[in-house]
Structures are given as structure tokens and as C-alpha cells.
Design a protein around this ligand. Sequence first.
Ligand code: NAD
Length: 353
Amino acid sequence: MILVTGGAGFIGSNFVLDWLKANDEPVLNLDALTYAGNLQNLAALRDDARHIFVHGNIADSVLVTQLLAEHKPRAVINFAAESHVDRSIKGPEDFIQTNIVGCFRLLEAVRNYWLEQSADEKATFRFLHVSTDEVYGTLTADEPAFAEDHQYEPNSPYSASKAASDHLVRAYFHTYDLPTLTTNCSNNYGPYHFPEKLIPLVICNALDGKSLPIYGDGQQVRDWLYVSDHCSAIRQVLDIGRPGETYNVGGNSEKTNLDVVQALCAMLDELRPQSAGTPYANQITYVKDRPGHDRRYAIDSSKIQKELDWVPKESFESGIRKTVQWYLNNQDWVEAVTRGTYRNWVAKQYGGT
Ligand code: NAD
């Protein structure tokens, strides 16, 4: 059994689905079902006894302690977080509560559980913390990509809160010997991505005939990682990563935001042309830049590639094709997420969130 937190979110749900496709080890999934958590992502597992869903908060020490004692997981993978930079600028409080306080309480509960294990169990137990390249700050066009020893220079409340959680995870290894691992990855994209983030937002707005907003000059550079490649990296780190280490995970796909939006428009022109033949790129609109917007993130994944023999399978082009195709085939999901239907469904199942 493994305990996954935040397993109803974008990356967490992809991870749970991939995990149970690849092996039979059960997953205990603890998720607070914030606006970003969506049990419809896991609808395929509704009758699958290998998936146990618990509606709850990582900051709830009593609940986490009880779950650990009852289910005795051999590993914990922490995806649970507030994850949207724009929301962190408007209201940082939730980010501090979940990403820092929540991570701390989870670590404490896990440490106490781990201390009760046998020597063998202690040695093989793992706490894997999923984090972001945004903790490293920003790069100029000429600087080398972020390696694991790059200094932390977070610039948004989101990245600052993730940086704090990374430091706590590191401290629990060095101070208490808890076998922790941290992954810092670049921007993920793929199925089940909440449509407030750039790629799903552009696909959904394009199909709805709405404007495609680009911050500032659109020349901010990000590396893009297809979500199933991220999931395979996490599995590899969990299996053979060295406790106490950090692994950077990237998709070898540095693109400007404008390049990304244009690639999406071109893919939509091919897969779902507009009746009048109007290119979707005509809907691009430049909007005021985000405050403190980092100019460039780039990830050096050579450590995980060399040490753990991991490489991303998808190119940006193949990943974008799969993603656009998924959104075209899953308009019901988009509609439910944007109209709040799934939240009503959750309220019925779990007494409201
Ligand atoms: P997401 O916002 O889609 O999902 C987060 C999930 O965590 C949701 O299901 C939410 O309900 C749950 N959650 C939030 N607060 C919780 C709490 N207090 N207790 C329990 N559950 C809680 O996020 P995501 O994009 O899937 O990201 C997952 C992790 O990966 C995060 O830690 C994020 O920082 C990190 N990350 C994401 C990206 C990306 O591109 N999406 C890139 C780098 C790192």
C-alpha cells in the first residue's frame, strides 16, 4: 500500500491511474477536494478495491495518524498543495496553510509512524515530496538550466511556500533520518488539467470562441513536461532514488508562452478547424503581465537521467497532440469542471466541501 496525498488533482490523479495500470499495489488517496480536486478524474476506479479514497486534509494530524496506523503504507507521495501562482498572488494564506503547515504536519505524523516500524521497514520506507522548479527563481536567456544545487530564490508566494516545504523535507532527512526524496519538476501538461492553467485554458477558450490571453509580451520561457512522463519519473525515484536526494525532472521542451499558444492554435486548426476556416490564433490577446513574473525556467534533468535511467518519452509536439485530442474527446469533463457539476456531486457523496 502507498499513501498518495492530493491524488484527486491534476498530477496526482494521473499518477494514481498510471500506478494502478502498472501494478496491483493498492493506493490510499487522501485529498481535501479543494476547487482543484476532482473525483471525476478517478471515475475509472470507482469499483476498484485497490483504490481507497479518503476526503481529508494533510494538516489534520489526527486523521493522518489514524490512516497511517490503519493502512500501514510503505511509502507516502505528497502531491497535495495549492498550486496556482495567480491565486497565490491574490491570496497567499491558503498556500501557507497547505504547502507549509500542511506539509509540516504530514511530515510529523509520518515521522512518528516511521519511528514505530521495524528496522527493515524503516530502511525501505520512503517519503517522496513533489515540488517545482519555481523554487529556483528565474533565469536570463543565457544562464544554464537549473541543476539540483542551484540556490533557492523563489519569487511568488506559491514558490516561496513550496521552497519552505522542500526545506522541511530536507531537514527531516538530515535531522531525523526519515528517508525522504524530493522531485522538482517543470510545467506539467496533459489530461485532467484544471482549465485555469495556460494549456487547458487556451484549448477551452479557443473552442468557446473566447480570447486567448497572453501575459505581457509572451516571451516568458518555460519547460514543458507531459504528465505521464512526470509520473514515470516519480515511480523511478520512489523505486531507486537515494534517500536525502533531490531530482530535477524536465521535458527537454523549453518554449515561450507565445510558442505554446501558437502550437495549440495550430493543433486545433488541424484537429477541429473552424467552419469559416478562421485560424484560432486570431483569438490571441495580450494582457497586463503578472506581477513578479519570472522570465525563464529551464531544468537540467541530467542527474535523474544518469543515476536513475529516466528519460521523458513524449516530445512537446506529441504531448500537445495527445493533450488537445484528450480535451476534444472529453468535453463533458471540461463542462462539469467549469460548471461546478462535479462539486455538487462531491457534496452529495461527502456531505459538501
Ligand atoms: P492541483 O492543484 O491540480 O491538485 C492539488 C490537489 O491537492 C487537489 O486535488 C487538492 O484538492 C489537493 N489538496 C489541496 N490542499 C490539500 C490539503 N490541505 N490536504 C489534502 N489535499 C489537498 O495540483 P497539481 O498540478 O496536480 O500539482 C501537484 C503537485 O505538483 C503540487 O505539489 C505542485 O506544487 C507540484 N507541481 C505541479 C506542477 C504543474 O505543472 N502542475 C509543476 C511542478 C510542481
